[in-house]
Design a protein around this ligand. Structure first.
Ligand code: ADP
Ligand code: GLC
Length: 483
């Protein structure tokens, strides 16, 4: 097996900087690919949290001027991760969320912040760093979308490129008149280049110019070729359908392992599922819920955004609460949704528990203690929480969209009869169908044997990176062979 050298480029990486699943994926991919003979380094922006968390940083390149200031490229490590960190204080020395300033608006210079990330990625791809010649440059989401554009318009020989869509809803569109300042030639501003509805489209550029496009589930790969999920890019994606494929995400099964997890109240495995009850009690305590072992407890761990469909949960709350079911929600995001859930918790003390915030440890306890985990997304490229839920014996109740459709086996009659069901799916994504799914969940929960089967089937499903890594490795090798 010949070794393949790859550069991954992303704006987030777990555990250094994370706003969502993107970070989990970029953080897990290098280790997952290693057994397949792929050596991957990851280029990330030097946000304060990244600079504070890296080990052995040393400069490998100095830029006298990079979009308005001096910058350095650092080689560094974080545990097993091999990193290149773009230390550009004028662009990245800002604490907090990587995209949004304290006023809640996108940073006004995001075009240059992520233009710089992509430009440096392209330079690294073309040999900027001594002793590192990537054969593959793998860019993630709009923040890295210009990478294939900088490569293409450099006029120099380029490595092969892969672009992964984690979410088509974030497209990175910027005014046309920035083209020159971004260092892209006039000819790049064309339909077969970076032009997108009269602006510069970073995501569009990645989709247009990368050799291969992947997204994070087969179902989402199909959905985005249609007008609804395509969000303006479906035409281009249909055009490039031959280069587009869906590869499911995995989860890090060492970070997420109920038998060793130190963030939960009691460890357990397939043979000691009953020990989950101690986690349930602890979870009920943390969320101010009544300590009732036999009551169905539904968990939610989510960004609060339109995508996640949690406004529907508010609509069906009366149905959910009528039979005594408890809800524990951990989330943050849209201030209006945060307020609505806080109010719901106040209105139903002991039955609705809400923690507004981002808390990695608490997420583990929710997975270990909730009976079911609800993910009512309107669209979901892959989704990771339902995978963690299966591994932890929390039964996923999910909208039948994208990666949720691909990863959860609905408890319909056939699936129950053949013993393969792992959760509950509903479709279309409406309040009525969600209410029906919750009633079905309730009925399944009341049947102890049926419920235990769902838990066991979930816990024995391979949700690790083993399968996905094989697919990525094959894609890289096929791409290299085709050039
Ligand atoms: P997305 O990337 O669209 O937010 P995913 O399901 O792919 O959705 O990934 C979400 C990741 O973020 C998971 O690892 C999940 O556990 C985590 N997460 C989301 N919200 C929170 C929160 N409030 N506290 C802790 N972890 C969260
Ligand atoms: C995005 C998607 C989510 C996916 C994650 C990682 O944030 O919303 O579905 O799991 O990226 O690929």
């Amino acid at each position: 097996m010949k070794t393949v050298t790859a550069l991954s480029v992303a704006s987030e990486i777990y555990p250094l900087i994370k706003t969502g699943g993107l970070a989990d994926v970029t953080g897990a991919l290098p280790a997952a690919l290693k057994p397949h003979g792929i050596t991957m380094r990851t280029l990330v922006p030097g946000y304060p949290a990244v600079l504070a968390g890296i080990e052995d940083p040393h400069p490998v390149h100095v830029f006298a001027e990079l979009f308005g200031g001096a910058a350095r490229l650092l080689a560094a490590r974080q545990d097993e991760l091999e990193l290149l960190v773009l230390d550009a204080p004028h662009l990245f020395a800002r604490a907090g969320n990587p995209y949004v300033g304290p006023d809640g608006n996108d940073w006004p210079d995001n075009a240059f912040r992520f233009g710089a990330l992509a430009k440096v990625a392209a330079m690294v791809g073309q040999g900027l760093v001594d002793g590192f010649s990537p054969q593959i440059v793998h860019a993630h989401d709009w923040q890295a979308g210009l990478t294939p554009a900088y490569l293409r318009y450099s006029g120099k020989a380029s490595p092969a490129t892969v672009f992964t869509i984690h979410n088509l809803a974030y497209q990175g569109q910027f005014p046309r008149d920035l083209l020159g300042a971004l260092g892209l030639p006039e000819r790049a501003f064309a339909m077969d280049g970076v032009e997108y509805y009269g602006a510069i489209g970073y995501l569009k550029a990645g989709l247009q110019l990368a050799d291969r496009i992947t997204t994070v589930s087969p179902a989402y790969a199909l959905e985005i070729q249609g007008p609804e999920a395509g969000m303006g890019l479906d035409g281009l994606l249909r055009l490039r359908a031959q280069q587009l494929s869906g590869i499911l995400n995995g989860i890090d099964d060492q970070v997420w392992d109920p038998s060793t997890d130190i963030r939960i109240a009691a460890n357990y495995d397939l043979h000691t599922i009953a020990a989950r009850s101690r986690n349930k009690l602890s979870l009920q305590g943390r969320f101010g819920l009544r300590p009732e072992p036999g009551t169905l407890l539904i968990g939610v761990i989510s960004r609060l955004s339109w995508q996640k469909g949690l406004d529907l949960l508010i609509e069906v709350l009366p149905t959910l609460l009528a039979d005594g079911t408890q809800l524990a929600l951990l989330g943050s995001g849209d201030p209006a949704l945060e307020a609505v859930f806080r109010t719901a918790a106040q209105a139903h003390p002991g039955q609705v528990g809400v923690v507004i915030g981002y808390d990695e440890s608490l997420a583990h306890l929710v997975q270990a203690g909730a009976d079911a985990l609800l993910v009512p997304s309107r669209f979901e490229p892959c989704g990771l929480t339902q995978l963690c839920a299966m591994r932890y014996g929390a039964v996923p109740v999910v909208a039948r969209v994208g990666g949720l459709a691909d990863t959860v086996v609905d408890a319909n009659e056939m699936a129950i009869a053949t013993g393969v069901a792992t959760g509950v799916q509903f479709s279309p994504v409406t309040a009525d169908m969600l209410a029906a799914a919750l009633l079905k969940t309730r009925a399944l929960f009341a049947d102890r044997a049926a419920w235990r089967n769902l838990q066991i089937n979930g816990m024995t499903t391979d949700v690790s990176w083993r399968n996905p890594a094989q697919h990525y490795a094959r894609l890289y090798r096929e791409l290299l062979a085709s050039r």
